[in-house]
Design a protein around this ligand. Structure first.
Ligand SMILES: Cc1cc2nc3c(=O)[nH]c(=O)nc-3n(C[C@H](O)[C@H](O)[C@H](O)COP(=O)(O)O)c2cc1C
Length: 402
């Protein structure tokens, strides 16, 4: 019996007065709403739904949470709707080229896998499955300091070195060790995350953790209230490092940190988490080789604006001196198009690939890129932009109230 026939039969039985109220049919119908394979997903939200059924509540909360009331998280997604696309006609769009170059490296598309810590909480093969997806897709992957696998293993799975995301820590000697290791593994870029200097209030994560009946202490260290704490010692990048009392970020850092970082490495230094024109100018003045406009996916400051709205300020301030990437709330290829039109050199995704990974491992992460690339391609066709370079601000209508 085909999937379609099975679904039709279940629908008939569930609707039949003879079987009215019988849970097995309605339950089976609910099962039908999930996907048999990654290829069945039509948009990234299909993969979100599939992932939610598989991931236990505490880990789901970790992934989905923003901070406080999740307003910045929502703002990231909602802000894209304030820009609309301007179609153009009679352009020869028989050949569309998504390829993109960042720092001389050619990538198949401008869509980048952003760093997410602890990916093994979503899929046993975590960052390695993602690296294999990045390899088949020729996509840029930025691994987290808190990755579930080491930079050496991830780079081996990707086939070429990935970018390394750096949490500053509060001990510069430790930071230097992390940076040296990434450099020795061949990483061309260290992207230092600067948007989380001193804690955050992840309410949604805490709420969902309370629904989880599993014992966290099996895998995590837990505080006296039973709340799991970041266990740095268990993260491969901290192997051989004394993590006693170590914090992943520091509240006291100032701009001179960038010079110290640059003096400790030959890698290019990108700053992840810039949102204003003033900070963009300071970043360039202090020697940043690139900027990632990001608010950590709405997981740092509450009541912030969507990153797509911060992007033009940063692009204007940087004035082409360094590449500007952006992430946050990208859920459609049209979102990617809008970010490119507003001056981004490339566009990052976090949760969407994590949904794919959680649901189907490597195939799911690949499917997310396939979907977004298809949607991007169609946006380019509609707007008459044949290459990523041809995407310009002229193809956007800014509907934000003045
Ligand atoms: C569960 C989770 C963990 C994350 N971990 C990191 C991290 O370790 N380092 C980092 O710089 N950003 C981290 N981020 C932020 C992402 O790199 C990225 O900025 C964000 O997810 C983009 O927003 P989006 O999820 O709406 O696409 C994390 C995001 C999520 C959702």
């Amino acid at each position: 019996m085909s999937l379609y026939e099975r679904r039709a039969l279940l629908k008939f039985l569930a609707a039949s007065p003879v079987f009215a109220g019988l849970a097995p049919f309605t339950d089976a119908l609910a099962d039908e709403r999930t996907l048999a394979s990654a290829a069945e997903a039509l948009d990234v939200f299909d993969l979100e739904a599939a992932a939610q059924r598989l991931v236990p509540p505490a880990h789901w909360g970790y992934l989905q949470s923003g901070v406080d009331g999740d307003a910045t998280l929502r703002a990231n997604e909602a802000a894209f709707a304030r820009y609309q696309l301007r179609p153009r006609r009679f352009v020869d769009v028989s050949r569309i080229d998504l390829s993109t170059e960042i720092l001389g490296t050619k990538l198949a598309s401008p869509i980048v896998y952003c760093p997410i810590g602890g990916l093994r909480s979503l899929h046993p093969e975590g960052d390695l499955a993602l690296a294999r997806a990045a390899k088949t897709q020729n996509a840029l992957q930025i691994m987290s300091t808190q990755a579930s696998f080491s930079v050496e293993d991830i780079t081996a799975a990707r086939g070429t070195p990935v970018w390394f995301q750096l949490y500053t820590t509060d001990q510069f000697e430790v930071t230097k060790k992390l940076v040296k290791r990434a450099q020795s593994a061949g990483c061309p870029v260290v992207a230092v995350t600067v948007d989380l200097p001193a804690g955050r209030n992840t309410v949604t994560a805490t709420r969902l953790r309370r629904e989880d009946t599993r014992i966290c202490g099996g895998c995590h260290t837990v505080d006296e209230n039973g709340n799991p704490q970041p266990n740095l010692a268990s993260r491969p990048m901290f192997a051989g490092i004394d993590t006693q009392g170590l914090r992943v970020t520091s509240a006291s850092l100032t701009w001179d940190f960038i010079k110290r970082l640059k003096d400790s490495t030959t890698m290019k230094v990108f700053i992840k988490g810039i949102e204003t024109r003033e900070d963009a100018a300071l970043a360039v003045r202090h020697g940043a080789d690139g900027i990632i406009v990001s608010n950590h996916g709405g997981r740092a400051l509450e009541s912030g604006r969507g990153t797509i709205e911060s992007l033009p300020d940063v692009v204007q301030s940087v004035a082409g001196r360094v590449p500007v990437l952006v992430d946050g709330g990208v859920r459609r290829g049209t979102d990617v198009y809008k970010a490119l039109a507003l001056g981004a050199s490339a566009v990052g995704i976090g949760r969407p690939y994590a949904w794919g990974l959680a649901a189907f491992g490597q195939a799911g992460a690949e499917r997310v890129l396939d979907i977004l690339n298809l949607e991007l391609r169609l946006a380019m066709v509609g707007c008459g932009a044949r290459t990523v370079r041809e995407i310009s601000a002229g193809s956007l209508i800014d509907t934000r109230p003045r």
